[in-house]
Design a protein around this ligand. Structure first.
Ligand SMILES: Cc1ncc(COP(=O)(O)O)c(C=O)c1O
Ligand SMILES: N[C@@H](CCOP(=O)(O)O)C(=O)O
Length: 468
């Protein structure tokens, strides 16, 4: 499989190259040259496969020659062997139409583990083939950071520098990052920054020759195609359980950087019968405004009880716009340059109409989010986290055909956000025993001003140069 940049001018790469590159050199994002497709008989034949085998089957066309199917399957067995539930992403029924897909059974209790456990192994596999060292620079609003750190801590040939907005992640999220004391892990808390500021610093570093000449900068955020590829799998796993390919399923996805829901779009492009993808936001609603009104303009970020979705520039939306605009990289490059200059962009009619065929969007405010947490607890006995709650709210007001099951993606364990859950239900969710001593562990984190120069200077002093 060949990978092309959404901005049309970066060199095409194979899967190994795209995984190690992260962001394309023209500032775009790598996508497969075409979407592989499974027909209904092939999808039906996937029923009953254990998760790791299903994962290898679905990802194989994307991986191509970079790994044999046996090797890919072995990596999946290792990655998903660390999950605490045998089904990896189990399904729970809430009522006659609503279901929860629990994505928080990995080591750091959020859906990011599904992709990052595999990505850590892919980095190791590919780096072993050369004398190259990788300098991962990532941005997190809480969950990517801990999952990425868990996936690469202590691994040879990798340093990780993880930027988070100081004071804007939950205590559990922060400690899951800062209590990992492996020498290749560097946590940076950026003063006065939002997640968007952290993400902008990361993207800038990929295009800073002074850095890229010395270091092989790599990505663990969902700008890295391999992240999304691994997330496609759970849409298949769940839809198969609910009757696919003979029955359509809808998904409601709590959304920030548009990665998780874009993986759902990819599943649909690959032939999975998805009736609708509901893009659920909190009050940081750039995606809601884009999909409902065509207005993709960056508002200021408001801190909410669902901090991981406090995002106003959604990187992966560019991947959808690329497809909706007929994969014209140069036209999209001009459109994105306009957005970067003015912080505002109007979707074209073709982009709006194309998106409307599959996507619906809904925005949940603080009361609606809390009400959804309460409803899940009082009617179904489920404690859900605030991100999941935004999507459950959206699922319940979407007005879809009652015959279509709606699966809400439960993206984090409730115990990562105990205060919000307790306020809504009177119940304080406890951490699972495997992370039970989190609050007794020593923390290590460096505070920096939220400027590019401060971060680049810190990385340059500590990272291992590319080769040798
Ligand atoms: C718990 C949780 N839910 C939802 C999201 C949003 O996912 P995405 O950025 O892929 O849209 C995030 C962060 O990305 C998250 O950490
Ligand atoms: N919500 C994320 C931020 C988005 O990051 P991405 O890695 O999915 O692009 C977080 O929790 O860090």
């Amino acid at each position: 499989m060949e990978y092309v940049s959404t901005r049309g001018t970066a060199p095409t790469l194979d899967f190994e190259g795209a995984t190690l590159a992260g962001l394309a050199s023209d500032g775009g994002l790598y996508v497969p040259r075409e979407w592989p497709r499974f027909d209904a008989a092939e999808i039906a034949a996937m029923r009953g496969l254990p998760y790791a085998k299903l994962a290898a089957r679905i990802m194989q066309p994307f991986v191509g020659e970079s790994l044999t199917l046996d090797r890919l399957e072995a990596l999946c067995e290792t990655a998903y062997g660390r999950f605490s539930h045998d089904a990896v992403t189990p399904l729970v029924q809430l009522d006659g139409q609503n279901w929860l897909m629990e994505l928080f059974h990995g080591p750091t209790l959020a859906f990011k583990d599904v992709a990052l456990q595999l990505l850590g192994l892919l980095f190791e596999e590919f780096l072993a083939r050369s004398d190259r060292n990788l300098t991962i620079v990532g941005a997190t609003s809480g969950d990517t950071g801990s999952a990425a750190i868990d996936a690469v801590a202590g691994r040879a040939k990798v340093d990780i520098f993880m930027l988070h907005p100081k004071g804007r992640v939950s205590d559990v999220q922060r400690r899951q990052m800062t209590t990992v004391l492996a020498p290749n892990v560097h946590n940076l808390a950026l003063e006065g920054a939002s997640f968007d500021d952290c993400q902008a610093i990361v993207k800038r570093m990929f295009n800073d020759r002074a850095m890229t000449d010395r270091f092989a900068i790599g990505a663990v955020n969902s700008i890295n195609w391999a992240r999304l590829m691994a997330q496609v799998v759970y849409y298949f796993a769940t839809a198969l359980q609910l009757g696919a390919p003979d029955r359509e399923v809808a998904f409601s996805v709590p959304t920030g950087n548009f990665g998780d829901v874009f993986a759902g779009y990819v599943a649909q492009q690959m032939g999975l019968p998805i009736a609708r993808l509901i893009v659920a936001t909190n009050v940081n609603d750039i995606l809601y405004r884009a999909l409902a009104f065509g207005d993709y303009s960056q508002g200021t970020v408001t801190a909410t009880a669902s901090p991981s979705m406090d995002i106003q520039v959604s990187s992966n939306f560019e991947r959808l716009l690329f497809d909706l605009g007929g994969r014209d990289g140069l036209a999209l490059s001009a459109q994105m340059a306009g957005f970067e200059a003015t912080k505002a962009m109007q979707l074209t009619n073709a982009q709006r109409e194309g998106a409307a065929g599959l996507f619906t969007s809904c925005r949940a405010d603080a009361d609606q989010m809390a009400h959804a947490i309460r409803w899940a607890w009082e009617h179904c006995g489920e404690l859900i986290d605030p991100h999941t709650a935004c999507a459950l709210h959206a699922a319940r007001v979407a007005g879809l055909d009652p015959a279509v099951p709606i699966v809400t993606l439960a993206t984090a364990h409730a115990a990562k956000f105990p205060e919000a859950v307790e306020r809504a239900t009177g119940q304080r969710p406890g951490l699972p025993s495997r992370v039970g001593d989190l609050f007794e562990r020593e923390e290590r984190c460096v505070g920096l001003t939220g400027t590019y120069d401060a971060v680049a200077g810190f990385v340059a002093e500590r990272a291992t140069p590319k080769a040798g």
